[in-house]
Design a protein around this ligand. Structure first.
Ligand code: ZN
Length: 137
């Protein structure tokens, strides 16, 4: 699930380059057939247009959604998290974190998630201890 701004920007760029590459491939393919060269040229131009929309789209679409900064207790990195998200994956270290209403990482649930996601040794979870998460237990 996409919960942070960086993840959304990355997703838009990924879809945009896939789409433009697909249209470009089709266009070049049609140019080679000689019969459909005109359609091919149009498709190549469309592909270039899609490509050029990638940057403005990836910078404007995330602005329509409200985010708030949440500090990861594992790596201290600040992710821009969707305002209504109750959990997210840290942009930097990839840990899944639960967020409380006040925008702070919820310690109990977050420890539980950390245990759920941690690797196990002989059936027991190996948990990385978080730094101070800013939440009193
Ligand atoms: Zn992190």
């Amino acid at each position: 699930m996409i919960k942070t701004k960086n993840q959304l920007v990355a997703k838009i760029k990924e879809h945009n380059s896939l789409l433009s590459a697909a249209v470009m491939g089709l266009g070049v393919g049609l140019i080679i057939t000689v019969i459909f060269t005109k359609i091919g040229v149009v498709l190549v131009l469309v592909a270039l247009m899609i490509k050029s929309f990638g940057y403005p789209m990836s910078s404007t679409i995330p602005k329509l959604i409200k985010y708030r900064p949440v500090t990861c207790p594992f790596c201290r990195d600040i992710s821009q998290v969707r305002i209504n998200a109750s959990e997210f994956t840290c942009d930097n270290c990839g840990n899944r974190l639960a967020v409380a209403e006040n925008g702070k990482v919820r310690l109990y649930k977050h420890l539980k998630l950390a245990v759920d996601n941690s690797p196990t040794v002989f059936g027991k979870p190996v948990i990385k201890a978080p730094f101070n998460s800013g939440v009193e237990v």
